[in-house]
Design a protein around this ligand. Sequence first.
Ligand code: DNO
Length: 354
Amino acid sequence: MQMTFRWFGQSDSIPLRHVRQIPAVVGVVSALYDVAPGEIWPAPDVDRLASTIDEAGLRFAVVESIPVHEDIKLGRPARERLIDNYCASVESVAAAGITTVCYNFMPVFDWMRTDLAMSLPDGSTALAFDEAALAEIKLAIGASDLPGWSTRYDAAALASLRNAYSDISEDALWEHLEYFLLRVAPVAESAGVKLAIHPDDPPWPILGLPRIVTSGAALERIVRMVDTPANGVTFCTGSLAPDPANDLPAMARRLGDLRRIHFVHCRNIKRTGARSFHETAHPSSLGDVDMFEVMRALHQRGFAGPMRPDHGRMIWDERGRPGYGLYDRALGATYLQGLWEGVSRSESSGANAV
Ligand code: DNO
């Protein structure tokens, strides 16, 4: 396992030299945030970003993400050109020596929360989601402020996109994903790049938009749909856990058996009701994710790829991108590293073998 940390490029208020000081973090997860979705990533720009990361004593381990243009998800004719562009971007990434690409297939919105700074009893703040609150929230929050988004929509564009999706059933979205993967996975395979689809967050339809990457069965369907080693998943604990039906260690074992977990995001959440939860610090005792069992499942399946702490809370008066401050994510990286060391050592000494 290689511990990594997400960095939003030069605009990130956290400098790479601070990332370098987090114990045992060796890799950086980043992207070209200034290339519009659907455009080709210029190889020299990817190279430049990789060099910046190298110079800081780290390695550009994962591209998160090359965004998938909405016309691909909608199955519009423009997808032909856009998928070609996507393949060219994958090749640019491969040319710079980066071997993992995370992406998602969520219509319109990437991850969605209804509160970006919910107060927890210890005085920290965390991201939270509540289905009831979603009905009332101004969509401007989602459309303009969420980090990790490469797309901004004004009200008219948003309305027209939501309208376009009203004709798209879940089955149609599955077909569009398959169409995309049938074209992109072979290119990734020959370029030596592993594709890692990110689950939908939260893992259910929101605002009338279909969402399909929501369960272990869905992730298995995706990797079997285009059955090549390059077609894998990002195993994101925090995205999947809000649905109590998702048994994370069991899912990690099954996808691990298929050798298709290409990237791991670890985050903990606490369910507070039906379709309602908030994020917590990483330790198992603080939320509903049994992080130890997830680590054990991954370790037993021989996971050797990149992992990163996902969202953290805001602690110690830090200000920054919601979910992406330095301190709590650094604590998360250290905790995960400790769990991994414990699992590795106990298994190599024969204790706890299952
Ligand atoms: C949330 C992130 C996601 C992720 C994309 C992948 O913080 O995990 O925004 O980057 O869904 O395409």
